[in-house]
Design a protein around this ligand. Structure first.
Ligand SMILES: Nc1ncnc2c1ncn2[C@@H]1O[C@H](COP(=O)(O)OP(=O)(O)OP(=O)(O)O)[C@@H](O)[C@H]1O
Length: 457
């Protein structure tokens, strides 16, 4: 018998029946969904609700398993995700592993396969518990990724960040998606007097209001439907340390008001509680929105803006960082070649030329994905231009919109959306942000232009 909780999502009723039968027989608690959208609305409102495993079908008509996996990762929901796939879609399973899935099973699978995974997952949970207790005792700071740069524009930001780190001031980091805002926030923390304390992060755009509120402030038992146990919030957990508020510009007015109290009074009240708790936290916030404009439009509170924005850092987009493209490309090549145990050591001149002449709307994250992909596709010791297919054609945003190519506005829009979707690893939330349109608008356009299957129409 096992002691745990599993969430299952599959549109095939037979599979749901089979899994429900074998898992409940082992004493597991289940939460069952027959469509991706119903699972997502549950996750948005309740998080993973202390589940130990999420079993997710890859192919579902309404919402693809891979898209759900990406959203789960973006929401920082801590649950191992196991993808269930038909043999024919094994490529999606491999893609899922790259996106951070814990494992995958091919249908039809014997029950021993699922039990084997469950045992590993439950054992891992125990280990993590011990581990985090140990880390708490020792106060070990989180390890940080090295910042790679040589450009003058980034050197100035780095210098400023190191200076700012010494102070106790709150900081706002501005910059396009994927420019390294979170990495710079961790650099500030790791070089600050709080370095031995925790650095915690939360993405304010990825969570529903209710979930964001309870993640930040915590809640008492029974505070709302589904709050089976009391839960400490991130403000409690980050006490004496640094809290990174990613996409702060997307915070609702109600949560902005509650957060302002923390900044002004140094205390907060968990959801459903009556007593305030004092905290001492340094806030680093990031956004790719124009916060001043948000304040002018009355979407972001001015008082909160002034409290957070004591110092602001502006991260330049990759296309304005000159030599950094080559340096970063080499850095990621070393990283992924080592990870794949492959001896790939260089780029052909043509490949490097493509990399340095591209405009990188998804910035460093896009570059990193591109190099990882190229390393997978490369057979020899050198990355060739052929492994960078996205850039073999001129970019729609630039060259294709020139007068020499007389096409309709619709064609340009379709191509550009497709290009940004690819560049963002098919992450629609990120693509919508790059395109500066609402996620709903993007969904509508994807449907309109038939881009769901990668635009093969
Ligand atoms: N200077 C750098 N050197 C090495 N890696 C970097 C650098 N800057 C960013 N990265 C890597 O690029 C990726 C994106 O960085 P990060 O998540 O910090 O960007 P972001 O601006 O916070 O993105 P978003 O706005 O989408 O949240 C990460 O994997 C990060 O490790």
């Amino acid at each position: 018998m096992y002691n745990g909780r599993v969430i299952i999502c599959d549109d095939e009723v037979e599979i749901l029946r089979y899994l429900s039968k074998i898992l409940t027989a082992k004493g597991l608690d289940l939460e069952v969904f027959s469509s991706g959208t119903s699972l997502m609305s549950f996750l948005e409102n309740h998080g993973v609700d202390a589940a130990d495993l999420l079993l997710l079908d890859v192919r579902m008509p309404d919402l693809d398993g891979l898209e759900i996996l990406q959203r789960v990762k973006k929401m920082n929901l801590e649950v191992p995700v196991v993808m269930m796939t038909a043999y024919a879609s094994i490529n999606s399973a491999i893609e899922a592993m790259k996106l951070g899935a814990y494992d995958y099973v091919t249908k039809p699978f014997p029950k021993e396969k699922i039990f084997g995974i469950l045992e590993k997952v439950l054992e891992r949970k125990e280990l993590l518990k011990e581990n985090s207790a140990l880390k708490d005792e020792l106060g070990i700071p989180s390890p940080s990724t090295p910042l790679v740069f040589s450009s003058e524009s980034f050197r100035r930001v780095h210098e400023m960040a190191m200076l700012v780190a010494q102070s106790e001031s709150n900081v706002v980091i501005l910059g396009e998606s994927g420019t390294g805002k979170e990495l710079v926030a961790s650099l500030i923390h790791n070089n600050s007097p709080r370095a031995k304390e925790r650095f915690l992060t939360i993405n304010c755009a990825a969570l529903s209001d209710t979930l964001l509120e309870s993640q930040l402030f915590g809640h008492v038992r029974g505070a709302f439907t589904g709050a089976v146990n009391a839960q400490k919030g991130l403000l409690d957990a980050a006490n004496n340390g640094t809290l990174f508020l990613d996409e702060v510009g997307d915070m609702s007015p109600a949560i902005q008001a509650k957060l302002l109290r923390v900044l002004q009074e140094g205390d907060f009240i968990p959801v459903g509680d009556t007593k305030a708790r004092s905290v001492d936290i340094r806030f680093v916030a990031a956004t790719n929105k124009d916060l001043e404009e948000e304040v002018r439009q009355k979407r972001f509170r001015e008082d909160l803006y002034f409290r957070l924005n004591v110092i602001s850092l502006h991260l330049p987009p990759l296309r304005e960082r000159g030599d950094d493209i080559e340096l970063l490309a080499r850095h990621f090549l070393t990283k992924y070649a080592a990870r794949m145990k492959r001896e790939i050591t260089d780029f052909t001149r043509e490949a490097m030329q493509l990399l340095t002449s591209y405009n990188w709307p998804g910035n460093i994250r896009e570059l990193e994905n591109a190099i990882e992909r190229a390393a997978i596709l490369t057979r020899g010791h050198t990355i060739t231009a052929e492994t960078l297919p996205v850039w073999r054609n001129p970019q729609p945003a630039e060259a294709k919109t020139g007068v020499s190519r007389l096409v309709s506005l619709e064609t340009v829009e379709r191509e550009h959306i497709l290009h940004v979707l690819k560049a963002s690893g098919n992450n629609k939330s990120r693509a919508a942000k790059i395109l500066e349109i609402a996620r709903r608008t993007l969904d509508r356009k994807i449907e309109e232009y038939g881009l769901e299957d990668g635009g093969s129409r």
